[in-house]
Write a new protein. Structure first.
Length: 259
């Protein structure tokens, strides 16, 4: 069954659970058509829990009416799929890749509120703020703190901020403190500002310190270290003071990378 949840105007919020019949699918598309008539953009929040299956007629109706929307993709706002079921998350990732023009994100059930806040526009970043810039006692040294899931929007803004700094002065030393890393939006890798930032820093940096991070990071750093001209050193969690001393700088303030 599909249950309509409370949401702000211009947003359709649905809970999908149990068995889905053709009538459920028809109601969803009717809601979408109604919103298209009354709002320039329609956001979608879809929460999927304990899904047991679909009627064949429901799948046929979904394909038939869904294919008619291909010329209306610009009418969709933000889309969030919230589920802990692996196959739902996998299918949603494929769908998001096939719809590159739509702001489409996938969340766990624990992130439900964050997902709805993003779809309804109360939060600009899909996963909240996970990056902070740390100014230091050296004009040519900078710190970055990572705590959470990295979205393409936030990393893109970070890249623009660092490129602006590099335009006024070279960055010779950097410390990245990974307090937690809950995931990275893969589309970051093709962002032109991000690529320009990475290439520029590789040319300019003399020392690069990384504090904390997942277990696999140490092995990866050992692999790439011989390929880099800069000095690269990893410090275990708790070694931030030693890392700053190695860089010859100290932190001043901590500011969000994205306003």
């Amino acid at each position: 069954m599909i249950e309509k949840l409370t949401a702000k105007p211009g947003v359709i919020a649905l809970r999908v659970q149990g068995h889905v019949a053709r009538e459920d699918v028809e109601k969803c598309f009717d809601l979408l058509a109604e919103n298209f008539e009354n709002h320039p953009k329609t956001g979608l929040f879809i929460e999927v829990t304990s899904l047991s299956g679909f009627d064949t007629e429901a799948l046929q109706e979904d394909f038939k009416r869904g294919s008619r929307l291909l010329d209306k993709l610009d009418r969709f706002g933000r889309v969030a799929v919230v589920s802990d079921e692996p196959w739902i998350r996998w299918a949603s990732r494929i769908e998001s890749a096939l719809l590159p023009g739509i702001s489409y994100r996938i969340y766990t059930l624990a992130e439900r509120k964050q997902a709805l806040d993003w779809v309804e526009g109360r939060e600009d970043l899909p996963y909240g703020h996970a990056v902070k810039i740390v100014q230091t006692t050296r004009a040519d040294a900078i710190g970055i703190e990572i705590d959470g899931r990295l979205s393409a929007e936030e990393v893109g803004q970070l890249a623009r901020d660092l490129n602006a700094m590099r335009h006024s002065r070279p960055i010779k030393a950097m410390l990245v403190h990974i307090r937690s890393l809950d995931g990275v939006d893969p589309s970051i890798a093709v962002d032109s500002e991000y690529i320009r930032m990475k290439l520029g820093l590789l040319r300019e940096l003399d020392r690069y310190a990384i504090v904390g991070g997942p277990a696999w990071l140490v092995s990866w750093l050992d692999l790439v270290r011989p390929l880099l001209r800069l000095e690269l050193h990893h410090f275990a969690e708790g070694g931030e003071a030693a890392a700053w001393m190695w860089l010859g700088a100290q932190p001043l303030t901590t500011e969000p990378a994205v306003a």
